[in-house]
Design a protein around this ligand. Structure first.
Ligand code: HEC
Length: 204
Protein backbone atom coordinates (compact mmCIF):
# COMPACT_ATOMS: atom_id res chain seq x y z
CA UNK A 1 0.00 0.00 0.00
CA UNK A 2 2.67 2.41 1.10
CA UNK A 3 4.90 1.49 -1.84
CA UNK A 4 2.21 2.17 -4.45
CA UNK A 5 1.44 5.48 -2.73
CA UNK A 6 5.06 6.53 -3.12
CA UNK A 7 5.04 5.45 -6.79
CA UNK A 8 1.87 7.46 -7.46
CA UNK A 9 3.34 10.48 -5.71
CA UNK A 10 6.56 10.19 -7.75
CA UNK A 11 4.76 9.77 -11.09
CA UNK A 12 2.38 12.62 -10.23
CA UNK A 13 5.37 14.83 -9.42
CA UNK A 14 6.94 14.15 -12.82
CA UNK A 15 3.70 14.83 -14.65
CA UNK A 16 3.15 18.08 -12.78
CA UNK A 17 6.72 19.18 -13.49
CA UNK A 18 6.04 18.55 -17.17
CA UNK A 19 3.00 20.80 -17.04
CA UNK A 20 5.15 23.85 -16.47
CA UNK A 21 5.16 24.99 -20.09
CA UNK A 22 5.05 28.48 -21.56
CA UNK A 23 7.18 30.95 -23.42
CA UNK A 24 10.36 29.21 -24.52
CA UNK A 25 9.71 26.18 -22.34
CA UNK A 26 7.71 23.45 -24.12
CA UNK A 27 7.41 21.43 -20.89
CA UNK A 28 8.00 17.71 -20.82
CA UNK A 29 7.99 16.34 -24.34
CA UNK A 30 6.76 12.85 -24.87
CA UNK A 31 8.70 11.35 -27.82
CA UNK A 32 10.67 14.57 -28.42
CA UNK A 33 11.96 13.62 -31.84
CA UNK A 34 8.42 14.03 -33.11
CA UNK A 35 8.49 17.73 -32.15
CA UNK A 36 11.83 18.78 -33.54
CA UNK A 37 12.16 19.15 -37.28
CA UNK A 38 15.21 17.74 -39.03
CA UNK A 39 14.72 20.29 -41.79
CA UNK A 40 15.51 23.92 -40.98
CA UNK A 41 12.69 25.69 -39.22
CA UNK A 42 12.42 29.18 -40.70
CA UNK A 43 10.82 30.75 -37.66
CA UNK A 44 12.63 29.09 -34.76
CA UNK A 45 16.32 29.02 -34.31
CA UNK A 46 18.28 26.98 -31.81
CA UNK A 47 21.97 27.84 -31.96
CA UNK A 48 23.17 25.63 -29.12
CA UNK A 49 24.80 22.63 -30.82
CA UNK A 50 24.31 20.49 -27.74
CA UNK A 51 20.62 21.21 -27.31
CA UNK A 52 18.79 17.92 -27.14
CA UNK A 53 22.00 15.86 -27.13
CA UNK A 54 20.27 13.36 -24.86
CA UNK A 55 17.75 12.40 -27.58
CA UNK A 56 20.32 12.07 -30.32
CA UNK A 57 18.68 10.11 -33.11
CA UNK A 58 20.82 11.98 -35.68
CA UNK A 59 24.29 10.86 -36.73
CA UNK A 60 25.82 14.32 -37.10
CA UNK A 61 27.19 14.53 -33.58
CA UNK A 62 24.92 17.45 -32.71
CA UNK A 63 21.97 17.64 -30.40
CA UNK A 64 18.59 16.73 -31.82
CA UNK A 65 17.19 20.25 -31.30
CA UNK A 66 20.07 22.18 -32.90
CA UNK A 67 18.47 24.04 -35.79
CA UNK A 68 20.66 26.69 -37.36
CA UNK A 69 22.27 27.21 -40.72
CA UNK A 70 25.90 27.94 -39.98
CA UNK A 71 26.54 29.29 -43.50
CA UNK A 72 24.23 32.26 -42.95
CA UNK A 73 25.11 35.30 -40.83
CA UNK A 74 24.19 34.72 -37.19
CA UNK A 75 23.23 31.14 -38.14
CA UNK A 76 19.90 32.39 -39.51
CA UNK A 77 17.71 29.72 -41.09
CA UNK A 78 15.98 32.15 -43.40
CA UNK A 79 17.81 35.17 -44.76
CA UNK A 80 16.26 38.59 -44.85
CA UNK A 81 16.04 39.92 -48.43
CA UNK A 82 18.68 42.48 -49.43
CA UNK A 83 17.38 45.97 -48.63
CA UNK A 84 15.67 47.91 -51.46
CA UNK A 85 15.42 44.89 -53.75
CA UNK A 86 12.41 43.13 -55.28
CA UNK A 87 12.38 39.35 -55.50
CA UNK A 88 12.06 37.92 -59.02
CA UNK A 89 10.84 34.44 -59.83
CA UNK A 90 12.95 31.78 -61.51
CA UNK A 91 12.25 33.33 -64.94
CA UNK A 92 13.60 36.66 -63.58
CA UNK A 93 10.12 38.18 -63.84
CA UNK A 94 9.11 40.94 -61.47
CA UNK A 95 5.86 40.48 -59.55
CA UNK A 96 2.72 41.33 -61.55
CA UNK A 97 1.62 44.72 -60.28
CA UNK A 98 -1.20 45.91 -62.54
CA UNK A 99 -4.23 46.42 -60.26
CA UNK A 100 -7.59 44.79 -60.87
CA UNK A 101 -9.15 47.82 -62.55
CA UNK A 102 -6.46 47.90 -65.27
CA UNK A 103 -7.93 45.19 -67.49
CA UNK A 104 -7.98 47.46 -70.55
CA UNK A 105 -4.27 48.25 -70.20
CA UNK A 106 -3.41 44.61 -69.50
CA UNK A 107 -5.34 43.47 -72.59
CA UNK A 108 -3.51 45.91 -74.82
CA UNK A 109 0.00 45.78 -73.43
CA UNK A 110 0.83 42.35 -72.04
CA UNK A 111 2.56 39.85 -74.30
CA UNK A 112 2.68 36.14 -73.62
CA UNK A 113 6.36 35.25 -73.02
CA UNK A 114 5.81 31.69 -74.25
CA UNK A 115 5.56 30.46 -77.83
CA UNK A 116 2.76 28.09 -78.84
CA UNK A 117 4.92 24.99 -78.63
CA UNK A 118 3.47 21.54 -78.12
CA UNK A 119 4.89 21.39 -74.60
CA UNK A 120 3.42 24.76 -73.59
CA UNK A 121 -0.03 23.86 -74.94
CA UNK A 122 0.08 20.43 -73.29
CA UNK A 123 0.88 22.03 -69.94
CA UNK A 124 -1.77 24.66 -70.53
CA UNK A 125 -4.34 21.93 -71.11
CA UNK A 126 -3.46 20.13 -67.86
CA UNK A 127 -3.64 23.40 -65.92
CA UNK A 128 -6.87 24.50 -67.59
CA UNK A 129 -8.48 21.19 -66.70
CA UNK A 130 -7.30 21.57 -63.13
CA UNK A 131 -8.34 25.19 -62.52
CA UNK A 132 -10.95 26.22 -65.09
CA UNK A 133 -12.78 23.24 -66.60
CA UNK A 134 -15.20 22.70 -63.70
CA UNK A 135 -16.72 26.09 -64.47
CA UNK A 136 -15.91 26.90 -68.09
CA UNK A 137 -16.16 23.32 -69.42
CA UNK A 138 -13.67 21.19 -71.36
CA UNK A 139 -14.22 23.25 -74.53
CA UNK A 140 -14.56 26.63 -72.77
CA UNK A 141 -18.24 26.80 -73.69
CA UNK A 142 -19.31 27.78 -70.17
CA UNK A 143 -20.81 24.34 -69.50
CA UNK A 144 -18.70 22.89 -66.67
CA UNK A 145 -20.24 21.02 -63.75
CA UNK A 146 -20.39 24.19 -61.66
CA UNK A 147 -22.26 25.96 -64.48
CA UNK A 148 -25.00 23.33 -64.16
CA UNK A 149 -25.78 24.74 -60.73
CA UNK A 150 -24.80 28.40 -61.01
CA UNK A 151 -25.75 30.65 -63.88
CA UNK A 152 -23.42 33.29 -65.31
CA UNK A 153 -20.27 31.33 -66.23
CA UNK A 154 -18.86 32.94 -69.36
CA UNK A 155 -18.90 30.97 -72.60
CA UNK A 156 -15.41 31.86 -73.80
CA UNK A 157 -16.30 30.86 -77.34
CA UNK A 158 -19.09 33.40 -77.45
CA UNK A 159 -18.81 36.56 -79.55
CA UNK A 160 -18.09 38.71 -76.50
CA UNK A 161 -14.92 36.77 -75.64
CA UNK A 162 -13.69 35.24 -78.89
CA UNK A 163 -11.22 38.02 -79.57
CA UNK A 164 -9.89 38.73 -76.07
CA UNK A 165 -6.10 38.81 -75.86
CA UNK A 166 -3.88 36.48 -73.89
CA UNK A 167 -3.02 39.43 -71.64
CA UNK A 168 -6.74 39.83 -70.94
CA UNK A 169 -6.99 36.18 -69.91
CA UNK A 170 -3.84 36.48 -67.77
CA UNK A 171 -5.27 39.50 -65.99
CA UNK A 172 -8.67 37.86 -65.38
CA UNK A 173 -7.04 34.71 -63.96
CA UNK A 174 -4.88 36.88 -61.69
CA UNK A 175 -7.56 39.21 -60.32
CA UNK A 176 -10.88 37.61 -61.27
CA UNK A 177 -13.71 39.60 -62.83
CA UNK A 178 -17.34 40.03 -61.83
CA UNK A 179 -18.63 36.67 -60.57
CA UNK A 180 -15.30 34.95 -61.16
CA UNK A 181 -12.97 35.12 -58.17
CA UNK A 182 -9.22 35.69 -58.44
CA UNK A 183 -7.00 32.68 -59.05
CA UNK A 184 -3.69 34.53 -58.74
CA UNK A 185 -2.85 32.97 -55.39
CA UNK A 186 -3.28 29.45 -56.77
CA UNK A 187 -1.83 29.65 -60.27
CA UNK A 188 1.76 30.83 -60.85
CA UNK A 189 2.32 33.59 -63.45
CA UNK A 190 4.00 31.16 -65.89
CA UNK A 191 1.05 28.81 -65.48
CA UNK A 192 -1.40 31.61 -66.19
CA UNK A 193 0.36 32.35 -69.47
CA UNK A 194 0.24 28.68 -70.48
CA UNK A 195 -3.47 28.52 -69.65
CA UNK A 196 -4.04 31.67 -71.71
CA UNK A 197 -2.31 30.04 -74.70
CA UNK A 198 -4.47 26.96 -74.34
CA UNK A 199 -7.70 28.96 -73.96
CA UNK A 200 -6.92 30.71 -77.27
CA UNK A 201 -6.67 27.30 -79.01
CA UNK A 202 -10.03 26.30 -77.49
CA UNK A 203 -11.62 29.49 -78.75
CA UNK A 204 -10.68 28.76 -82.37
C1 HEC B 1 -15.76 29.08 -59.94
C2 HEC B 1 -16.02 29.13 -61.35
C3 HEC B 1 -14.92 29.66 -62.26
C4 HEC B 1 -13.63 29.21 -62.37
C5 HEC B 1 -12.95 28.11 -61.58
C6 HEC B 1 -13.03 29.97 -63.43
N1 HEC B 1 -13.92 30.89 -63.92
FE1 HEC B 1 -13.59 32.21 -65.42
N2 HEC B 1 -15.44 32.99 -65.16
C7 HEC B 1 -16.39 32.51 -64.27
C8 HEC B 1 -17.56 33.35 -64.33
C9 HEC B 1 -18.82 33.16 -63.52
C10 HEC B 1 -17.28 34.34 -65.30
C11 HEC B 1 -18.19 35.50 -65.72
C12 HEC B 1 -17.80 36.66 -64.84
C13 HEC B 1 -18.75 37.85 -64.98
O1 HEC B 1 -18.88 38.33 -66.10
O2 HEC B 1 -19.30 38.25 -63.96
C14 HEC B 1 -15.95 34.07 -65.80
C15 HEC B 1 -15.32 34.84 -66.78
C16 HEC B 1 -14.11 34.52 -67.34
C17 HEC B 1 -13.49 35.24 -68.44
C18 HEC B 1 -14.08 36.44 -69.17
C19 HEC B 1 -13.75 37.69 -68.42
C20 HEC B 1 -14.30 38.94 -69.07
O3 HEC B 1 -13.53 39.65 -69.69
O4 HEC B 1 -15.49 39.22 -68.86
C21 HEC B 1 -12.32 34.62 -68.72
C22 HEC B 1 -11.30 35.01 -69.77
C23 HEC B 1 -12.18 33.52 -67.77
N3 HEC B 1 -13.29 33.49 -66.97
C24 HEC B 1 -11.10 32.65 -67.74
C25 HEC B 1 -10.94 31.69 -66.78
C26 HEC B 1 -9.76 30.84 -66.69
C27 HEC B 1 -8.62 30.84 -67.67
C28 HEC B 1 -9.94 30.05 -65.59
C29 HEC B 1 -8.97 29.04 -65.02
C30 HEC B 1 -7.75 29.57 -64.49
C31 HEC B 1 -11.21 30.40 -64.99
N4 HEC B 1 -11.77 31.39 -65.73
C32 HEC B 1 -11.73 29.80 -63.86
C33 HEC B 1 -16.25 31.44 -63.43
C34 HEC B 1 -15.09 30.72 -63.23
Amino acid sequence: MRKSFIIILFAGGIILAGCKAGGDNPGLEYAPNMYHSVAYEPLSQITDEDAGAWVNSLDNGRGEYYNSNKYNPHGMNMRAPAPNTVARNKHHWLPYRLPKDSLVIASAVLKNPFDSTKAVLAEGKVLYEMYCKHCHGAKAEGDGLVADKYAGVANLKGDAYKNITEGHIFHVITHGKGLMTAHGSQVLPEERWKIAKYVKTLQK
